[in-house]
Write a protein that binds this ligand. Structure first.
Ligand SMILES: [Zn+2]
Length: 370
């Protein structure tokens, strides 16, 4: 079987001596010793308030909410590693009456479905499935449009519609069913800004305006995107809104336990969820964030076209805070981020009716030009 190591994409990229981030990472600069500008910035030290404070906060909200409620909180549950752990945490650590909400879409691997069922059964949590047609429709259209003229920045559009589900559909369900708390698994360390920053292209400043300008440019370079105005609208929402200003008295109240209260420790996550029947997807030859084929595809093509993806960014940060050596990180990235070409080929064919080789020929041309 042919194994695509994914690292062949760009061979002559300069990388940071310390964290190994490449020179094509948006906004990066190197000093004379080859250390990048991100490493030069001081990494913020986060202080966590602790579990007792978290429990107090939760109780305060529950006290003020409808006594006849059926559930205390909602967890968005993709079946992936992180949300599985969050579900365990809500049920067994915080001891809340939790409803898991899974956004159903066409790109869910079989193993993910099994994980959702296993974990919910063993934890004794009910799962509510809500169809996210936005991802099915817009996500698919965007991948097909992208394939006409592959551009690394526009890999961001593969998951168009997913955020809509997370930001709109899940809170809406909680609101309508009087569930007062929404638990989310964000950590202070996720840095995926590069994905939207890539859109800015030649604009050196990463602002809302340059993102929109850059995005518009990409659309006109590949007008196939323009055939689907509803997808474009969803993308714009993905890139620039949803976050916005914090409103007061929002229902449900969002709590991020691993942002402000307790440190997220990766080495505790996998063993814990495995106890509840969570398993790696053996067909994917990768252990990494493999709960959605659209995301998997996106990561594959970032790597193929840029030489890096979320995994590199994640480990660069772990190197910076001294949690892993550069050497070990490189090994991990190699192991975890390896996708067999056959798998990608099959996903493209089955889910998008696209031909791997045709796309790859276009990518080759793109890489030669750039
Ligand atoms: Zn660096």
């Amino acid at each position: 079987m042919h194994v695509e190591t994914n690292n062949e994409a760009k061979t002559e990229i300069k990388r940071c001596k310390n964290c190994n981030l490449p020179s094509n990472y948006p906004g990066i600069k190197f000093d004379k010793d080859g250390v990048c500008s991100i490493c030069k910035k001081k990494e913020k030290v986060y202080k966590y308030k602790g579990i007792e404070e978290l429990k107090k906060e939760v109780q305060k909200i529950l006290k003020n909410s409808d006594e006849n409620r059926e559930y205390d909180c909602v967890v968005g549950y993709s079946g992936g590693r992180d949300s599985s752990y969050l579900l365990y945490f809500a049920k067994n650590v915080l001891k809340l009456r939790v409803l898991a909400i899974t956004l159903e879409h066409d790109f869910m691997p079989e193993q993910t479905k099994k994980n959702i069922e296993n974990l919910a059964n063993k934890l004794g949590v009910e799962v509510k499935f809500i169809k996210n047609n936005a991802l099915n429709k817009s996500g698919r259209q965007c991948v097909r449009a992208w394939a006409n003229k592959p551009d690394p920045a526009m890999c961001a559009t593969f998951c168009t519609g997913c955020r809509y589900g997370i930001k709109k559909l899940i809170p809406k369900y909680a609101r309508e069913h009087n569930i007062p708390i929404l638990l989310v698994g964000n950590t202070p360390y996720e840095n995926i800004n590069y994905r939207v920053n890539l859109l800015c292209g030649n604009y050196k400043k990463f602002t809302k305006a340059t993102k929109i300008k850059g995005y518009a440019k990409k659309l006109f370079q590949n007008p196939t995107y323009l055939l689907s105005p509803s997808s474009m609208h969803k993308q714009l929402l993905d890139f620039i809104s949803y976050e916005g200003k914090k409103k007061k008295n929002v229902n449900p109240v969002t709590i991020k336990p691993f942002y402000s209260y307790i440190e997220w420790k990766e080495d505790e996550v996998i063993p814990t969820i495995q106890k509840f029947g969570w398993e790696y997807d053996k067909t994917l030859n990768s252990s990494w964030r493999s709960d959605c084929f659209a995301n998997l595809l996106r990561q594959y093509y970032y790597k193929r076209m840029l030489g890096f993806n979320d995994l590199d960014v994640y480990y660069a940060r772990l190197i910076r805070i001294g949690k892993i050596s550069k050497q070990d990180a490189i090994k991990k990235i190699e192991e975890e981020g390896k996708y067999e070409k056959d798998v990608i080929e099959k996903i493209l064919k089955e889910y998008y009716n696209l031909d791997y080789q045709k796309i790859d020929n276009k990518i080759e041309k793109y890489l030669k030009r750039n």
